[in-house]
Design a protein around this ligand. Structure first.
Ligand code: 13P
Length: 252
């Protein structure tokens, strides 16, 4: 299984900063079996795709609209992303669910649209702090996984990347312990197995939520954690490069 280090830059970095970061990352040696993905904001995607040419770095967008085209002011379709060479897209991030009222049903449609265009969906799920405190996180994750992925066939499922991002750990400095992460990742894997035993073993399940160089080795070492979806630490070339190096040690 490959280990993925994906940087979600959220609404950070202008054009100069995006290009400077890519220039730094071009010098980083990507270890065998490690995949590096970065997700700049929409205006810089086309230029980012060109800037990573000749490297193994892939460019993802942070969102897309589920419709193919039409009167949806301010939105961007999967086909538009494909036309500029974007080949992965974060979907269902908790910030989109929380601040933009994205529903599991809309997220399921986005996944379908992305797969139709050969774009890898990076599907995010994760419980709120209250849900963790009430010990209902397993139910929440099960519901999110079933609603968004329930209708997919095995071939479609096999093209996904999943990210478990406990909302209480995002941007808070609180990280799930390695055991908490492994427990939920194992649940996600078991839910994937109910679709197909063999394909479930090939789907990367990333951890996200205050993942940084000083906790990544412990998190990535878990059997069902296949890398990270990184926010804050992905904005810094030094920290992100260190995460890539740490990911390279997982399979050695
Ligand atoms: P932080 O790493 O800043 O907690 O963000 C995680 C995240 O939301 C990645 O999508």
């Amino acid at each position: 299984m490959r280990t993925i280090v994906a940087g979600n830059w959220k609404m950070n970095k202008d054009r100069t900063a995006v290009m400077a970061m890519i220039a730094s990352l071009r010098n980083v040696t990507i270890p065998k079996d490690v995949e590096v993905i970065i997700a700049p904001a929409f205006p810089f995607l086309a230029q980012a795709v060109e800037a990573v040419e000749g490297t193994a770095i892939r460019i993802a967008s942070q969102n897309c609209h589920e419709a193919a085209s039409g009167a949806f002011t301010g939105e961007v379709s999967a086909g538009m992303l494909k036309s500029i060479g974007v080949n992965a897209c974060i979907v269902g991030h908790s910030e989109r669910r929380q601040f933009f009222n994205e529903t599991d049903a809309a997220i399921a449609s986005k996944i379908t649209a992305l797969l139709e265009h050969g774009i890898t969906p990076i599907y995010c799920c994760g419980e709120l702090k209250e849900e963790r405190l009430a010990n209902t996180h397993a139910e929440v994750i099960t519901r999110q996984m079933k609603t968004a992925l329930g209708a997919l066939d095995n071939e479609a499922l096999g093209r996904l990347v999943i990210a478990y991002e406990p909302v209480w750990a995002i941007g808070t400095g609180l990280t799930a312990t390695a055991a908490q992460a492994q427990e939920v990742h194992a649940l996600i894997r078991s839910l994937l197995r109910t679709h197909d035993e063999r394909i479930a073993e090939t789907i990367p399940v990333l951890y996200g939520g205050s993942c940084k160089p000083d906790n990544a080795a412990e998190l990535f070492a878990n059997p069902d954690v296949n890398g990270g979806l990184i926010g804050g630490a992905a904005l810094d070339a030094g920290q992100f490069s260190e995460l890539i190096r740490i990911a390279g040690k997982v399979n050695t």
